[in-house]
Each structure stands twice: as C-alpha cells, then as structure tokens.
Ligand binder design. Structure first.
Ligand code: PGA
Length: 246
C-alpha cells in the first residue's frame, strides 16, 4: 500500500519482517558491493541483524567492501561500555560478519570536542558519497535516530538532549537508571533524509500511534518521522500491531 508517498508493507509476525528487511539489505549489497549502509540500534532491528548473519554464513552476501554509519551514540559511554551502541553493533552484527571495523562508523560519544565530532561525522558521511540505504526504527514519540520532538528539523549531525519518553523507553537496558546518559550525538533529519533509500521498521502496539502520525499526520517537527513523507524512496515494514491505527 502507498500512503502519503510511503511504501507500506504489513506482516503477520516479526520473523517475516526480519526476512523482508534482510532481503532488501542483501539486494542492495549485491547490486553495490561498496554500499554505504546506515544502521540503527534498539530492539527493532535485532532479528534483521540475525537474519543478515545467517545469510552471510550461507555465503549469500559479504560485508567486506561496505561502509556503515550508525544513526547515533550516547555521549559519555566508551566503545567498550556494554550499553554503548558501538558494543551493540559489535555484539549483534559486526563480530559475526566480515565487515572491517575500520569501515564501521559511529559517532564518538567520548570526543573532547563534541561539536567538532558532529561536524567530522557529517563530513565522513559526505566523503563516503552519502548513505545509500538507511535503516530506521521509530520512537514512541516519533523520533528517528535521536531526533526528538522539537520546534525544528535539525539538518546535520548534532548533540541532543534525550526526551523523558526516550529515557523511559530505554531505561530497561541500564542496570541503574542513573547510569543512563541524558545526551547523545545523532545524525540530523537532513542527514537521514539525504539517504538514497530508507527502510523503516516498527513492531508492536507501543509504536502504533507514532506510525499513524508518521503516515497520516502533518509534516511537523513535533512528529519528526513525518518528514519521511517527502522522501522519494521510503519502505515501511510493520507488524499488525504497529499498523493498527493507520
Ligand atoms: P526500539 O527503539 O527499536 O528499541 O523500539 C527504536 C527507536 O527508539 O528509534
């Protein structure tokens, strides 16, 4: 189904979503072995990463020549911190496939000059030729990356104060809530929107309202994902719960 320019597919279960998402990534890697792939963290893409690892082990695809750029990273966590997004990527994808870690980029949340780090990250994405395929989840508040509801759409990689809703949603990952960073570096909406193709995945009833607003709502920075309505190549993969209000 196409609604407001978004190409929407609804699946019965998350296994089907993972297979469909991994098939899109695989097709892109096979057609361009030097693909620049934008990656997401969180619970949503985990099964897709497992499926990609399976496909890699079967010899279907190789990550040896691709570059990856993650959407975001917490400020203040080292690469080795178990809750850093760097560690998430190592644990859930990078250590299982033939990607070179030299080609796998995340913002450095420990950079001395964080503003400069944001500029460097944006420049590295441009130097790589921009993102070919960007994977996205969505927050319950409609955030993509860590672009929280706001009065503007940020165009570039920037520092962000995490919203109460995001802090609550991700608190389960930290043994002690006090350890959870309240700030992060995230690609901007412009960084994301410049990707040639976007693949957004959402599962579960907790995402239903955000998905309905993304698809049917006005384009509004208080609903950051709504910007995707003006992107020419967005595929949205949903389960029935996430699609229940569209
Ligand atoms: P989740 O997070 O996949 O853990 O639900 C998605 C997001 O906050 O963008």
């Amino acid at each position: 189904m196409i609604k407001n320019n978004l190409n929407i597919h609804i699946f019965n279960n998350s296994e089907q979503i993972a297979k469909a998402a991994a098939a899109i990534v695989t097709e892109q890697v096979l057609s361009n072995p030097n693909l620049v792939l934008g990656l997401a963290t969180g619970a949503t893409p985990l099964e897709m990463y497992s499926e990609l690892i399976n496909l890699y082990k079967k010899g279907v695809l190789s990550f040896s020549n691709i570059k990856t750029f993650n959407l975001d990273e917490y400020i203040g966590l080292s690469k080795k911190h178990p809750q850093s997004y760097y560690q998430y990527m190592v644990n859930n994808l990078f250590s299982h496939v033939d990607i070179s870690l030299d080609n796998a980029y995340l913002p450095n949340g420990l950079a001395k000059d964080l503003e400069q780090e944001c500029k460097n990250y944006e420049n590295m994405i441009s130097a790589a030729g921009g993102i070919d395929l960007q994977i996205l989840g969505i927050g319950r508040n409609g955030h993509i990356g860590f672009n929280e509801p706001s009065n503007i759409f940020q165009t570039r990689t920037h520092i962000v104060e995490l919203s109460e809703d995001t802090l609550k949603a991700n608190a389960y990952l930290f043994d002690n809530n006090k350890d959870m960073p309240h700030t992060a570096i995230t690609m901007g909406i412009g960084t994301i929107a410049r990707a040639k193709r976007i693949l957004l995945i959402a599962k579960g009833v907790s995402k239903a309202e955000a998905i309905a607003k993304m698809i049917n709502g006005n384009i509004d920075p208080y609903n950051q994902a709504s910007i995707l309505q003006i992107h020419p190549n967005v595929t949205v993969l949903l389960d029935r719960d996430a699609a229940s209000q569209i």
